[in-house]
Design a binder for this molecule. Structure first.
Ligand SMILES: [Zn+2]
Length: 423
């Protein structure tokens, strides 16, 4: 994921799920494993393996670090002398400093099965995926390891009555799936304006460690029906360097770049700056927009798809239009001679929304173009906006074959139409 999408994700997380408990973000790409169940059955007759040790060969003690617990008082209980603990603490700094051991985390002690009962190994789990092995004895060995993360393919569907989050929550599906879907569709669907009756079908990965759910993996394919229209998303890797991306059924990227300027032909006369001499007010002030001069009546274009959230007049802005493109980006166009759209209207990228003029606080005909990212005005010319390149020709047939298979799988998912009412 690039930075923009990471930020979108972060914002989504905060906005959508403030009330939800935190979830482990550790996600490892793991080989597909659908035979977890048969593995579990097989393991009954095999010696139990624990962190790479044969559990039966040791006396195994499991615990949770308590507040004010130190490695020393835990290990002293298992007959490890101070000198050895001291050596361990010093050696640990390179790998995982024992001082970072935190309360509430799980640990496991492997002890000798003889009369000494002395601990030979201490395993600390900072999270559900990683663990640190401290091997005691004459030669202290410390290593950081990761548990195997197994992936299971799941499907989900639902008709939305209130929110995507609620629909998933009612089905006991992690809200992280909603975050990932909002991320994929960030350029197409505004998840704050989902319509009642919108529905979705999705094929995705769930990640497990020791049969415990640790997170949502990739969304493999999804169909989001918005305003009665199908919006497909298919995961596809076409360039290992650039990573994977999501495409529609025709191979177009789901990310939509903005037009560089709201005018087809215009002259940039004043850029975005925190300090400029205002030609009308005759003083220095911030100019949080970019001015493009053009003759009165020149068409002004929407720089991206979106919903018109304001088409109005004000003393300083003159005639202006504001468009919300998705939950991240909003644009505004000032000083129009005439507006061509109404509030609430959906506009496509490149659609004429008004005409250049000099209404409001302006010296001559121009459009002042303003750009918001996550509610903050930014310089659009410095924004690292995602590219919107389609599937390359060389991968097209492979992609279309995958799309055919995945579409069949999506169609086969039964649409769960009953959103449970929690009473
Ligand atoms: Zn301006």
């Amino acid at each position: 994921m690039n930075k923009i999408f990471e930020k979108v994700l972060a914002v989504m997380l905060v906005l959508f799920f403030v009330h939800c408990g935190s979830s482990n973000g550790d996600e490892e790409d793991a080989a597909l494993s659908i035979d977890t169940l048969s593995n579990a059955v097989d393991s009954i007759n095999e010696p139990q393996e624990l962190f790479g040790f044969i559990a039966d060969s040791f006396e195994v003690h499991e615990g949770v670090i308590k507040p004010n617990d130190f490695l020393s008082n835990i290990l002293l209980k298992y007959n490890v002398p101070y000198s050895e603990i001291d050596k361990l603490a010093k050696a640990s700094k390179e790998v995982f400093d024992v001082r970072k051991i935190a309360s509430g985390k799980k640990y496991t002690v492997f002890c000798k099965k003889d009369s000494t009962g002395k601990a030979v190994c201490f395993v600390y789990q900072p999270n559900r995926v990683e663990y640190v092995v401290y091997e005691l004895g004459d030669s202290i060995k410390i290593r950081k390891e990761k548990k195997e993360v197994k992936t299971r393919i799941k499907t989900a569907s639902g008709v939305i009555n209130s929110s995507l989050y609620q629909t998933l929550a009612n089905q006991d599906i992690s809200p992280l799936l909603a975050v990932k879907m909002a991320d994929i569709y960030a350029w197409t669907i505004d998840f704050y304006r989902i319509q009642k009756g919108d529905w979705f079908k999705v094929i995705f990965e769930e990640k497990y460690v020791d049969d415990e759910f640790v997170g949502i993996g990739r969304i493999i394919a999804s169909d989001f029906n918005h305003f009665g229209k199908d919006f497909y998303a298919f995961y596809f890797v076409q360039d290992s360097a650039k990573g994977a991306d999501y495409f529609d059924e025709q191979g177009n990227s789901l990310r939509k770049a903005f037009l560089q300027s709201p005018l087809k032909f215009g002259r940039l006369t004043s850029g975005y700056t925190l300090k400029r001499f205002h030609p009308v007010q005759k003083r220095y002030k911030a100019h949080l927009g970019t001015d493009y001069a053009a003759p009165t009546g020149t068409p002004i274009l929407a720089t991206g798809d979106g919903v018109v959230i304001a088409s109005s007049y004000s003393k300083y802005n003159g005639n202006y239009v504001k468009i919300k493109h998705n939950s991240t980006y909003t644009t505004q166009y000032l000083h129009m001679s005439k507006r061509a759209v109404k509030t609430g209207q959906f506009v496509k990228q490149g659609e004429v929304i008004g005409y250049v003029g000099s209404t409001g606080l302006a010296t001559g005909p121009h459009v002042c173009y303003r750009f918001w990212k996550n509610g903050k005005q930014v310089n659009h010319r410095q924004e690292e906006l995602p590219p919107s390149e389609p599937i390359k020709e060389v991968y097209k047939s492979q992609f279309m074959q995958e799309v055919k298979n995945l579409k069949q799988q999506l169609d086969a998912i039964e649409l769960k139409s009953n959103e449970a009412v929690i009473q």
